[in-house]
Design a protein around this ligand. Structure first.
Ligand code: AHG
Ligand code: MN
Ligand code: MN
Length: 333
């Protein structure tokens, strides 16, 4: 009896090819851009796994970014490697990055796609070995016969052609959507390939986890305080009290919410009256994934994806996750 071997290994590149073949009109340019994400993710992953031993990669640069936030050395490393990968991949005409004040214009003849990116999300957790991530969003340019323009980047999230995140944790994964469901790929470091591990990811409609930074609770809008209070009441029939889980890395909190269900919220606070999280390269890509997996994501008034952006680094409140839980929270307004 010949032993049978698992030969149906689906790599990220193989999956991208299969998806491309489903669209006869595809030019292969989006596929090329997604491959650049995979390459840069492997480079960042390599650096992160060795950060504690490598020379001079942990800690802060001593600078602050346009957000007024302390920039970690790994923020700069990730930012430079993702931008370099997009330049080398020759499919990208421009980038808005959390770590760049202004847009990066790439004069690449014929390139139709632009990227909004948070090169390293949750970077304040790096030095204590808590999971971090990369979040990316891809749009088709609307301007023609010129360099990429500010308006190209200020499209609503509904216009995204692809979005995803990398989570650098006990395993490193890429989770992304092109509008046809959500799929997760786990890096096999032995062969250097991201392999399909979570096909067609669906978020449970309900859950029993609430994820938010409760130190700001007294500053939350009244409906949010009401929902937090509701979450901690004892009622077996509705699985309350919910568990409180908050990593402080959006990608880690969202990944758990996607798999287990629950709600993730970052409401307005005194320090961040418009919310802390950025629309273009945190809330829009994450909301695209959440909606594609059957969840909901709102700023308290409308779908995050319908917000018309005015600025590269604008912030928004976000309430997202299992749709029944998000709706229950919104009903408390
Ligand atoms: P970044 O490291 O890219 O600036 O993002 C950090 C964000 C997000 O990852 C997380 O959800 C949030 O900051 C945590 O904020 P608080 O520490 O205020 O809870
Ligand atoms: Mn972030
Ligand atoms: Mn960041």
């Amino acid at each position: 009896m010949v032993a049978s071997f698992n030969t149906n290994l689906v790599t990220l590149n193989g999956f991208i090819n299969t998806q491309e073949h489903k669209h006869p009109e595809a030019t292969g340019n989006l596929s090329g851009l997604l491959r650049s994400v995979g390459l840069a993710a492997k480079i960042v992953n390599r650096e992160l796994t060795m950060a504690g031993l490598a020379e001079d990669i942990l800690g802060e640069t001593g600078n602050t970014n346009v957000q007024g936030e302390t920039v970690k050395k790994m923020d700069v490393f990730a930012n430079e490697h993702f931008i370099a990968a997009f330049r080398r991949g020759r499919r990208c005409c421009g980038i808005v990055s959390e770590e760049q004040d202004d847009m990066v214009v790439i004069d690449e003849q014929g390139a139709q796609y632009l990227v909004c990116i948070d090169p390293l999300d949750g970077s304040s957790n790096i030095d204590v070995n808590i999971p971090v991530g990369t979040i990316f969003s891809i749009y088709k340019r609307i301007s023609k016969d010129c360099s990429v323009t500010k308006e190209d980047f200020l499209q609503p999230g509904t216009k995204q052609v692809a979005a995803g995140y990398v989570i650098y944790s006990s395993s490193t994964m890429i989770v992304y959507t092109t509008g046809d469901g959500v799929n997760g790929f786990t890096l096999d470091p032995a062969i250097g390939e991201f392999c399909l591990s979570n096909p067609d990811m669906k978020m449970p409609d309900d859950g029993k986890i609430i994820s938010c930074n409760l130190s700001y609770q007294s500053e939350f809008p009244a409906f949010v305080q009401k929902y937090v209070h509701y979450s901690f009441e004892h009622d077996k029939a509705t699985k309350r009290p919910y568990n409180l889980r908050y990593v402080g890395s959006m990608v880690a909190d969202i990944h758990r919410t996607l798999l287990k269900g629950g709600v993730f919220l970052y409401p307005p606070t005194t320090d961040s009256p418009k919310g802390k999280l950025r629309l273009l390269y945190e809330c829009n890509p994450i909301s695209f994934i959440i909606e594609q997996a059957g969840g909901a994501s709102t700023n308290g008034k409308k779908r995050i994806l319908e917000i018309e952006p005015n600025d590269f680094h604008e912030r928004t409140p976000i309430y997202c996750g299992s749709k029944n839980m998000v709706m229950r929270m919104m009903d408390m307004q």
